[in-house]
Design a protein around this ligand. Structure first.
Ligand code: HEM
Length: 447
């Protein structure tokens, strides 16, 4: 007998059991089994009422076809979040944890029309100048460095010790960060995503990026920062800072999670042997089934309208669930027809402009790790792994691994390294970076 209930039931622990409650996309229950939530949300139709954080309401599109329709209709759905009605009317607490990702900033993500074209072209043209051999080379160098820090231990958290760190180092190099600015970029961006002293960390990050902009105005180099600056879009200093901060934030967090989620897949699916060909396949499968950005693409209807079975008012927050759209029951045929038809990079004019370098960095990072540590395996039962809470990103808390210890590579120390350089005590509100991680890497490289 088919045990499926005829009336869809919210997942266990979901407050939507109390009739009328919006479905929350936060908390440990959602993080533990988001697909159960997406299945339930489908019972509302192609879109459903959700809550992103206490008191922050949104409509979430879960159906693949409806998602494409929204993403490809910039006239009806706008990106500029200064239109966000609930926020403007004071219904959203300014200190809500989801606000920093949604409030307007002068960058390509929050702009529409000609302004979007201008800001985005500066990004796409500058990223296109990045030489792919350089990307692979720097990724391998960073990978070797990170492995050298834990290789002789025979165990590592592949998130904290590897996947989350690697993109930051690679970006520092591609953006042309000198030692002291790079140290503060690493400190600032890690602190923002760790959520500990996020405000102070954001201050450190924006301060460091502003210094980088000032530096490159006088001493341009062969790097993304200088190319953005030289672009015919003629970005102002303010736009430069916000575009760079966007690239760092939109790049490093999902990139770390793409590496982490793919490693998770490789270590938990027996079908994968550790070979180069299958890594590519595992990345695609991860982008389909466990996309690093699960729910995003905030949009605001330009006028009152009916869409995907929901009545929307101008300025309502509407988002797309890339994770739910990818697992739409109607999609099996598309998935077979094209292994890249998923929405993990979004679609339409705001789709990720950096999917090629992002894929290349992930591939090189994973391949190098598996080459260096060929017998690496999960060090804990799979069921004990937990996922970070929150509506936007999908990533593990930790991914403990073990492997046969390897001889430390050049410059490596089996013990935690003493600080190469300590910042002076903060006199201007800046946080001290006790161990300059970027400085350490640069020192290691030149040994
Ligand atoms: C090299 C690393 C990356 C960089 C520099 C980067 C940069 C960006 C930028 C600038 C945007 C905004 C584009 C616009 O609004 O016009 C964006 C959007 C996006 N990126 Fe990436 N990204 C990177 C990696 C990734 C990864 C690994 C993923 C996940 C698979 C990802 C998924 C997305 C998605 C889904 C969007 C659309 C977000 C939205 O519509 O709100 N990106 N990315």
């Amino acid at each position: 007998m088919n045990a499926r209930p005829t009336t869809p039931v919210p997942p266990p622990g979901c407050p939507a059991h109390d009739s009328g409650a919006r479905v929350p996309l936060y908390g440990p229950e959602f993080a533990a089994d988001p697909q159960a939530y997406y299945s339930y949300l489908r019972s509302f139709g192609p879109a459903a009422p959700v809550e992103l954080a206490p008191g922050v309401e949104a409509t979430l599109v879960t159906d693949y076809t409806a998602a494409l329709q929204l993403l490809q209709d910039p006239a009806s759905f706008r990106k500029d979040s200064r239109r966000w009605r609930a926020f403007n009317e004071g219904h959203v607490a300014p200190d809500s944890p989801v606000v920093p990702l949604l409030v307007y900033r002068p960058n390509c993500m929050f702009s529409d029309g000609a302004e979007h074209l201008r800001l985005r072209q500066a990004v796409t043209d500058s990223m296109a100048r990045v030489d792919s051999r350089r990307v692979t080379r720097i990724t391998e160098q960073v990978s070797n460095y990170l492995i050298s820090q834990f290789g002789s231990r025979g165990s590592a958290d592949l998130l904290g010790n590897y996947a989350r760190q690697l993109p930051l180092f690679v970006f520092n190099e591609l953006f042309g960060c000198p030692a002291d600015i790079g140290d503060r970029v690493l400190f600032g961006i890690s602190g923002m995503f760790d959520g500990v002293n996020a405000e102070q960390a954001a201050g450190v990050l924006f301060g460091a990026v502003a210094e980088l902009v000032a530096l490159k105005r006088t001493r341009p180099g062969d790097d993304v920062t200088s190319w953005l600056m030289q672009h015919h879009s003629k970005l102002t200093d303010d736009e430069m800072v916000h575009q760079l901060a966007l690239l760092l934030a939109a790049g490093t967090e999902p990139l770390g999670n793409l590496i982490g989620n793919t490693l998770h897949r490789l270590l938990t699916h027996d079908a994968y042997a550790h070979t180069g060909g299958l890594i590519d396949e595992a990345i695609d499968a991860t982008l389909w089934e466990n996309p690093p950005m699960s729910n995003l693409a905030p949009h605001y209807p330009a006028t009152d309208m009916e869409f995907a079975g929901q009545q929307l008012r101008a300025g309502d927050l509407v988002m797309v669930s890339f994770a739910a759209a990818n697992s739409s029951p109607s999609l099996a045929a598309e998935r077979q027809a094209s292994s890249r038809a998923h929405l993990a990079w979004s679609a339409g004019s705001h789709a990720c402009p950096s999917k090629d370098p992002a894929r290349q960095i992930s591939m090189a990072a994973i391949e190098n790790l598996l080459n260096e540590l060929p017998d690496i395996q999960l060090a804990v039962p799979e069921e004990s792994l937990t996922w970070r809470p929150g509506p936007f990103n999908r990533g593990l808390v930790v991914l403990p691994s073990r492997f046969t210890p390897i001889e430390p590579a050049r410059g490596a120390s089996p013990q935690p390294q003493p600080p190469v350089r300590e910042e002076q005590a903060p006199q201007d509100g800046r946080a001290p970076e006790r161990v300059g991680r970027w400085s350490q890497f640069l020192n290691w490289l030149t040994k």
